[in-house]
Ligand binder design. Structure first.
Ligand code: PEP
Ligand code: MG
Length: 944
């Protein structure tokens, strides 16, 4: 779970504030910021060395060193073979932005000292013609952002050093291949020259030499490539490719800082709720070469299968390849088990090291290694990303293996994993009847079916139109992130289980099949061929992310295994994952303080919520019941009635229907509390649209229809016009309806209490909580409470049964929140309606925010959708005040939340911190909320 870290300079805010100041004030401020920056720059340590078995940092320092830097420090301290290097902390990234794109001179000095130290450790010198030091320069933030930022390898090469590299390795091809890669990476990342220009030159040389594979270019050809690349640099930047390695290093470092703000990294952070202000660290590390020959290799892996959670050594490697080749998906790598045959000693060492790492970190490790001339080097270790399925399997296995405690298991599983496990799969009978056209690598489980699209933009466009899509790509790149996010699934032709598509697909919980190498794709022409069949944009493709099978058809999906167990279709004993899922939830319940209820209006929803562990209904929206079969005409009659008598007649028809609904919901909740909200939305929502009525009328008139039929339409139109409101959300809705039409409150109270009495007579138990919506003034509530109490009393007398009930209110109008003490004088409970409260606090219409939210997020005005994740900063204080006022006036008042935020883990954290009694969310989110509430309770207890 991403958490905000306070107290670091935040560039957008600083800039925004500066704008409103006068010039003089601004200058003074800038000066003082610079002075402060200089002071802190002097006082603080910004660069951390690792090498020779000892590191300045350690694994707890992810804030400052980033995940990669902390991992390198930890591995070095553990005595593992890690090439030496140093980490420039994330604070420097913040300073870089605060200083308008400059790294402060004092930090430069600190870096220079560490370069010297690294040179001593490596026994080589940056810029030396005799023994040049070559380094990699890599990004690494606190939260892993695979492929989103930039990396530069082989830095330190220049015209002289490349010759030394050739002489040292007796391999001119390798030396010049490294140099051309460096110029290309440096050119595109640091000098911002389009990659395509370099690729064009590369292809031209291949063409001249008549070869099709990169590997077929000899030393001479690669020398030629370098010359051409340098020409590209000269013409694009009007200066020669920088030959001085210290200058190369400073430029590369700053480029990595800049890559923190590139659009794909920003998009990634938006999707994963990673704050912008935390910045990236930069790791500078001595190069080791996995591409120096056939006794060298590079690879990545996991200590357990990140797709299924199975306890198996898992990963891939490429012989004679450099760093990013595996992840980039350019060549399809070999499974790591084959390394055992090729280099048994390095393999055994790797297995030993990674098992130790897993034990130390008490979690699955995702590692990167390089083997240079059979010598193993570890380049990275971090907790591995995994599918929701794997998360549950791994956490329960680790507890069984006594590697972690139940509490640690609860903290380890991302609550969203549980919702992934509830995602649908295909019906086996239907799926098996369709022929498999090809099989790829099963990178991320789940059933996906949709229309093929071949670019991320098309994926976004079609899915915006409501069409489910499968993103089919040769390979995905970080730029595709938006398309991947909206697609039902991702299908690629190249790449392995750790390619970009696989890693990101798993992380998103998105079904993914990768490396389906029989697929030939023409992304520009928007078609592909699979097993001899042509698939054009818009044709249906389906696949199973657990088996890798791809089929050409539209296939309906079926509920998840867990849902099948819940519905009784599958025996619990037959489902291992369902047992583990329940295990995590049972453990969660030991640690959570808040109750979890569900928002449900129908008995079947209530039953599902109960089965998921929802203990109570936090919101039953009675108006949803009005949409039940055959009910709309009665509701319309109620609304259209001219007189109270007519309205009562219609309400009398609704009464038995509502009573039946309530009875069903009460029963499904097995005695747990049920909060029923009185009618809330504007009445016109139940009537036909004005425009549609006018069209109907015009048609009738054109046909010459007169008499009753025409008259009825006219009456309807007139009433619809009377009910028309300019701002219906601020209009005649909520408690205002009950006040103007008390007979509605009467009917609903009667239905509730009659249902409760009926159940009580049958020996059932229920405590209805009658909730009045949209209260802003205590007198509104008082008015309604009189009616509720009067009717409840009368019904109980009639039925000869006494039932306990509560009367409370929603807190969703700011005035209601700010006068919560008065309101608590009347209300026995509050339920925060954070949907309306957010709408009214921010002044954003909850129905229209979609039109501008994206722009707000792109422009960094809003981080998150405030209707999805609670605005702790803006709306939080109002909730906190209402809690304090409410409890002050009525100690022990029951407090809950039933807005959409009740199912959002980050929001649940806030509700825990203000001490609400429960959260209420949709039935499917109940498992997520149970786990998130446990994590929140543990975090709050731990002083988080
Ligand atoms: C709310 O406003 O948060 C709420 C739960 O009510 P509704 O969404 O029905 O307006
Ligand atoms: Mg509301």
């Amino acid at each position: 779970m991403a958490k905000k870290r306070a107290g670091k300079p935040v560039r957008p805010t600083t800039q925004a504030k500066a704008k409103v100041k006068t010039k003089v004030e601004t200058k003074a401020k800038v000066k003082s910021v610079r002075r402060a920056t200089k002071r802190t720059a002097r006082a603080k340590k910004y660069v951390y060395f690792f090498g020779g078995g000892k590191a300045d940092g350690d694994r707890s320092m992810r804030d400052a060193l980033g995940g990669k830097g902390a991992g390198l420090a930890a591995m070095t301290n553990a005595g593992l073979p890690v090439p030496p290097g140093f980490t420039i902390s994330t604070d420097v990234c913040s300073l870089y932005y605060a200083n308008k794109g400059h790294t402060p001179a004092t930090v430069e000095t600190e870096i220079a000292g560490h370069v010297k130290k690294l040179e001593r450790a490596a026994g080589a010198t940056l810029g030396s013609t005799k023994n040049p030091l070559l380094v990699s320069v890599r990004s690494g933030s606190k939260f892993s952002m695979p492929g989103m930022m930039d990396t530069i390898l082989n830095l330190g090469l220049n015209d002289a050093a490349v010759e030394r590299l050739k002489a040292r390795t007796s391999n001119g091809r390798f030396a010049f291949d490294s140099y051309r890669r460096f110029v290309q990476m440096f050119g595109s990342v640091v000098l911002e020259i389009s990659k395509a220009v370099f690729e064009h030159e590369f292809e031209a040389v291949k063409h001249e030499r008549g070869v099709s594979l990169d590997a077929d270019l000899d030393e001479q050809a690669l020398r030629d490539v370098v010359v051409r690349y340098k020409r590209v640099v000269r013409s694009a930047t009007r200066r020669d490719f920088p030959q001085e390695p210290h200058e190369q290093l400073a430029m590369a470092r700053d480029a990595v800082f800049r890559s923190w703000m590139n659009p794909r990294a920003q998009e990634y952070r938006r999707i994963y709720d990673i704050p912008d202000h935390i910045g990236t660290a930069v790791n500078v590390q001595m190069m080791v070469f996995g591409n120096s020959g056939d006794r060298s290799a590079t690879g990545v892996g996991f200590t357990r299968n990140p797709a299924t959670g199975a306890k198996e050594f898992y990963g891939e490697f490429l012989i004679n390849a450099q760093g990013e080749d595996v992840v980039a998906g350019i060549r399809t790598p070999q499974p790591i088990t084959e390394l055992k045959q090729v280099m048994p000693k390095a393999y055994a060492q790797l297995r030993d090291i990674t098992s130790r790492l897993e034990r130390n970190y008490k979690d699955v490790q995702d590692f990167e290694f390089t083997i240079e001339d059979e010598r193993l080097f570890m380049l990275q270790t971090r907790n591995g990303k995994r599918t929701g399925y794997a998360a549950v399997v791994i956490a329960t296995d680790l507890v069984a293996e006594r590697l972690i405690t139940q509490k640690e298991a609860v903290l380890q599983v991302d609550p969203e994993s549980l919702s992934q496990l509830l995602a649908p799969g295909f019906d086996p009978a239907e799926w098996n009847a369709i022929p498999v056209v090809t099989t790829g690598l099963p990178a991320s489980p789940g059933a996906a079916s949709g229309q093929a699209v071949f670019t991320a933009e098309d994926a976004v466009k079609r899915s915006d139109e409501g069409t489910p899509v499968i993103l089919v790509r040769r390979e995905t790149a970080p730029d595709d992130i938006a398309g991947m996010f909206v697609a039902q699934g991702i299908l690629t032709a190249t790449g392995g289980m750790t390619s970009h598509a696989a890693v990101v697909g798993r992380q998103m919980g998105k079904p993914s099949v990768v490396g389906a190498s029989e697929i030939e794709i023409d992304e520009d022409a928007k078609w592909c061929s699979i097993g001899g069949q042509t698939v054009r944009e818009g044709d249906f493709v389906s696949f199973d992310g657990l088996t890798g099978h791809v089929k050409l058809a539209q296939v309906a999906s079926k509920p998840s295994e867990i849902l099948q167990v819940m519905s009784g279709e599958l025996k619990a004993a037959k489902s291992d994952i369902s047992r583990r899922f329940m295990q995590i939830l049972t453990w969660s319940d030991k640690y959570r303080r808040m109750g979890v209820r569900a928002n449900a209006d129908q008995p079947d929803q209530a039953e599902l919520a109960y089965a998921f562990g929802g203990r109570g209904i936090g919101l039953c929206r009675t108006e949803h019941m009005f949409f039940g079969e055959g009910r709309i005409p009665i509701v319309q009659r109620m609304i259209l009635a001219d007189t109270e008598a007519d309205r009562r007649a219609a309400l009398a028809e609704l009464l038995p229907l509502q009573r039946e609904d309530f009875y069903g919901v009460f029963k499904a909740m097995h005695g747990e509390p049920v909060t029923i909200r009185m009618i809330d939305p504007p009445l016109h929502e139940f009537l036909p649209k004005r425009e549609e009525l006018m069209v109907d009328l015009a048609k009738l008139e054109a046909k010459g229809v007169t008499g009753d039929a025409l008259e009825q339409k006219l009456v309807l139109l007139r009433r619809v016009e009377q009910l028309h409101e300019f701002n219906p959300m601020l209009g005649h809705r909520g408690v205002r309806l009950g006040i103007t039409y008390p007979e509605i409150t009467e009917m609903q109270t009667r239905a509730i209490i009659e249902a409760a009495c009926q159940l009580a007579k049958e020996g059932g138990k229920v405590t209805p909580e009658i909730m009045i919506p949209l209260v802003g003034h205590v007198k509104e509530l008082r008015n309604q409470k009189v009616i509720v109490d009067r009717v409840a009393k009368a019904v109980m007398k009639e039925r000869g049964v006494k039932v306990k009930y509560l009367v409370g209110t929603m807190i969703e109008v700011p005035r209601g929140a700010m006068t919560a003490d008065q309101i608590a004088g009347e209300a026995q409970f509050f339920s925060f309606g954070t949907n309306d409260l957010t709408q009214l606090m921010l002044g954003f219409s909850r129905d229209d925010i979609g039109k501008f939210l994206r722009v707000y997020q792109d422009k960094k005005i809003l981080d998150k959708d405030p209707f999805a994740t609670f605005d702790v900063e803006g709306v939080g204080p109002v909730v906190r005040t209402a809690v304090e006022l409410g409890r002050g006036a009525r100690p022990g008042i029951k407090l809950g939340i039933c807005g959409e935020h009740g199912g959002d883990p980050a929001s649940i954290h806030f509700f825990e911190s203000v001490g609400l009694n429960y959260v209420s969310c949709s039935p499917y989110r109940v498992p997520v909320a149970r786990l998130a509430a446990a994590q929140a309770a543990l975090a709050v207890k731990g002083g988080d």
